[in-house]
Structures are given as C-alpha cells and as structure tokens.
Ligand binder design. Sequence first.
Ligand code: SF4
Length: 608
Amino acid sequence: MNGFAGRILKIDLTTGAVEKSPLPEAFIRTYLGGTGFAARFLYDNVPPNADALGPSNVLILAPGLLNGFPVPTGGKVLFCAKSPLTGTIAESVMGARLGSELKRAGYDLLLVSGVSGSPCYIYIDDEDVEIKDAGGLWGKDTRATAEDIRRTEGDAVVACIGIAGENLVRYANIDCEDRQSGRGGLGAVMGSKRLKAIAVKGTGNLRPHDADKLMDLCLRYTERMIESTAFNDDTKYGTGEFLEWMNSEKGTFPTRNWREGVFDDREKIDPYHWAPLYTKRNNACLACPKPCGRIFGIDEGKYAGLRIDGIEYELLYSLGGLCGMGDIEELARANELCDLHGLDGISAGAAVAFAMDLFQDGILTREDTGGLDLEFGDPEAELKLIEMIARREGLGDVLAEGVKRASERIGKGSEDYAVHVKGMEPPAYDVRGIKGMALAFMTSSRGACHLRSCAYALELTGKFWKFEGVDRFSTKGKGVEIKELEDMMTVYDVLGVCKFSRGFFLAEGFVDILRTVTGLEFSESEILGLGERINNLKHMFNLREGLTRDDFRLPKRLLTLPIPEGVSKGHVVTEEEMNKMLDDYFEARGWSKEGLPTEEKISGLDLV
Ligand code: SF4
C-alpha cells in the first residue's frame, strides 16, 4: 500500500534470530502507524506481568505514518515498551531521522526482544541486518557512542543510550541526533537487553498515493506555519518562550518540588533574557519549517565549549525552578549531563528536587547524602546528584529508582514529598491551578504527562479546537474534554506529527493528508475513533498489568497544599474534585466507575 514500507522487522537478541514479515493490510487500516502499531504489538507480544527489565519485554521502534514524506513536522518516531518506571505502557516520541530511515530501509516497525549475552548494537542497512559487538562502546556517553558508530558505519542514523541506560536507571532515555525519547525509562529497557545502539541506513523510496497533491499540501502547511504569529517567538526563544507567562500571568510554574507555583529567580532562566546571549543557531526536527530547537553554546568560563540542543521549557522547570536553581550556565551544564548520560531531564530534575526537599526538612541528612548539602538552588549539589544518579552511586542509587520507589525505600514520611502519578514525575504545569491538566495527569496511560492530551493549550487560553470558554479553575466538563483531546492527540502520534503544530492540523487536515499519502479514505469521526481505539488498547494493557482506580490518583502534595502565592494563590485540587473529574472521565470513555471498559465498548472498537 502507498505510504508504507510493507514489512515488520523482528530481532531476538537472545537467539540472534532476524525475521522479516509482511505488514498485514487489515492491520494497517485498524492501527495506521506510530503509536497505533506500537500499542497493538506491545499488547500482543509482551506477556502479562513481564519484567520490564527482563528478556520478554519488547522494545518497539515505530515510525509515524508520515515519516519519509515531507509533511511539515511529520518526522516524529516513537519508542515503546513496558515501562520499568511505571509498569504501564511507556511510549516516547522523538523528532529524529530514525523513523524515516527505517521506513526507507524497508520496515514500518522494529521489534527487539530477548537479551544479548554481551553489549551489542543493531545495524540495519536496507536488507542487511546485523547484531554487532558493542563491547568498546559500553561506558561511553551518547555523543561519543554515536560518533564512534558513525565512524564505522558511515552516515547511519544512530539512536543510543548513555551510562544511565546501562545502569538501568528507571528513567534513562534514548538519544538520537540531539533528540530524546525521554519518558518512562526506555533507555533502561535497552540497557537491560545490553543493546547500546540501533544504527539505521535506508536508501529506498516511499511512494505517496498522489504525489502532486502531497506537494501542494506540504507547501500550503509550510506557508501557514512560517506566516503564523507564533513563528517568531517559537524560533527565537523555543518552548521556553512562555515561562514568564506561566509564572506571572498564570502562577502555575512548579517551583521547589511543588512547594510554590512562582519562581522568584525566573528572569535569569527566561529565554527572553538568555537566548540572545547563548543561542548559536536553530536546530529543526526532520521536516520542520518552524524550528523551536536551538543550539545553546557557552564560549567562555568554566563551561566554555558546552553545546546542547535547548534549553527547553520542561528542563527550565525540572532542572531550574523545581530545584530552585536560577543560574542559566549551571542549568545548561545539568541539561548537558542528562543528555550525555542518557537521563530523562524531567524525572532527573524531579528526583533531585525531591531529595533537596527531604534534606531541607531533615528527612535526609549529610550521612544519607554522602556529605552533600542538598540545598535548593545549589548548582554543585544538583550536578553532583545527577552524576550519582547516572552512576547509581550512594543516594543516587536510590533516586535512580524514581521518586515513588525512592520514597518507599527512604520512608520517614518521604512519600508525602514524592510528586508523581503512576510512578511518573510530572512535567511543568502546576495543575492545582489548571484543573483539566490535573485530570490529564491522572488519566495519561504512561503516568503524569502533558502530551497525551495537550490540555494545557486549551486550559490556559480557554479556547482550542471545538472547545471554548473553558475555565481552568473549574472541574466542570473536564471528563469529556480530556477524553476528546487524548483521542485527537493520539492521531498526531499515529501520523508522527509534532504536537506544536496543533494549531495547523486538526482532524480535517489529517483526513486530507492521509488520503493523499495512502489513498485510504477516513472520515473525521473515523480518525478520531482510531484515537479512541488506541487509547482503550493502552488502557487494557495497563489493566492487564494490574492497574486499578487507585493508580489514577494525584499525589498528596497536590491534594493538600494550596499554591502559596501568585495569580493562582490558594488553589488546590480537593479529593472531591479529583474523584468527580475521574468519574466524569470514566463515564465519557464508557468505562465503569472502577475504570473497566465494558465488553460492548471493547467489541465496538474492534479490540477483541
Ligand atoms: S516545532 Fe520544534 S519540536 Fe516540533 S518538529 Fe519543529 S523543531 Fe521539532
């Protein structure tokens, strides 16, 4: 079928077996690509209650359907597996060339199972698929690993892990071309398989259904993006451009381990202040005409020579405000350490902030920290702790488990300081003042997440897509709102389109693009129904892993500690509000009060 490579590649690292099989056409129409393919294969191939760090977990690389075509921002690819952090489905999207290269090599999906006897990397060059020795790469950082493999394999696209993945840090990530599949510990899954990297070269061509119309559509969407009002701020200041707005106008920038919702040192980490001084150039994801990625460089002083892609909004929060750290060069170094060691910067920053909070209240002492004074705002403490986490040294070994497990090990009431949902440390939205986002954190299939629904875009402006007049402090109507947004945003992850282009593509645009690339006819409701099917499938995977309604709770701090100052002062999510929103969401999904889909629901979605 046009738009697809037509094959699945399976590799068993225990036996070394490589299998190429055709992608069934009926399967294509039901799941289309990206997260749809990944969720189905995860459900069918990972046995119930499998050890996320054991041989039966399957690492899935799933290109978005539009990978390989020049659709603006349509170059997103996702990794998926059972998460070692949450025990739920883990999926994380990156904007690298990996997906398009895999499709051009002839595969719509890569599945890796088993465990290699020694460190290895997978090399794919069209029909040539090999498992190669990576003994000399083990222990190297992500940058050195990719450079070494490219020296051997020429211009292959390389996705790899750093030492955090090797050391099974439960929130280790996968790096590719300065982009990361960050959330949920997918790098630890690679590490558990002794798989250091995946290198791909593809030389084939993918055929669209209607090449002329596709070119017209691509040009039209590119023009719209370049002419949009957001273009200037997004390309100049990146995703951090709304940091000041989140602080001052909304009062919802989580600070000092969620003790506060406004960061007093925010000006120092606001890109309007630092971008003109440190930005070297833009750095776009594949097929993006509106690059929010930028290379940050330091030319003088103790970090002279530092170069990173960033600093993104999420890390300005986690490594900045959440740890009370307002020095942009130190923050850049923390960002670089996370990138080089292959750590999810959101969870790493949250783990450091959690430890600082415990130290402040005397629950952790210098004896526990190996002599470190873990004061909020101390860059030395932050950098040292990130190193210790990546290497699993001392307290770092405990924090490498994520804040949920760490608090269970530390005890002494530390559970009340651990901010997470389903074991996942949250992103940069103080949901006590954004109630719809509170529900989105609760319902996300991978644990606290802003991107499963992108509800912040609606909640903070009051208007998006078919919703308007939304009040962020109200709980009314949030069940339907989050369900609908989740289904829509899932379509983005099926097609591999960036969610920062959500103002340009909606269901209507997707139907048009899908027809042009594949020839498949979908109505708007069918494409949203596809999102619903996939979300139910992910939920069924999680239920099979033992999740219950209790796993949809917010952490105690967000239920009991009101935001102490700023525009959202006094706001908190009460237990009653939490339960009401969850009841509404389950009802909107057609699930029981306990969150169980009915048999009619499952068969109506073709999920039997
Ligand atoms: S908008 Fe930013 S994140 Fe999205 S595709 Fe473009 S560069 Fe990547």
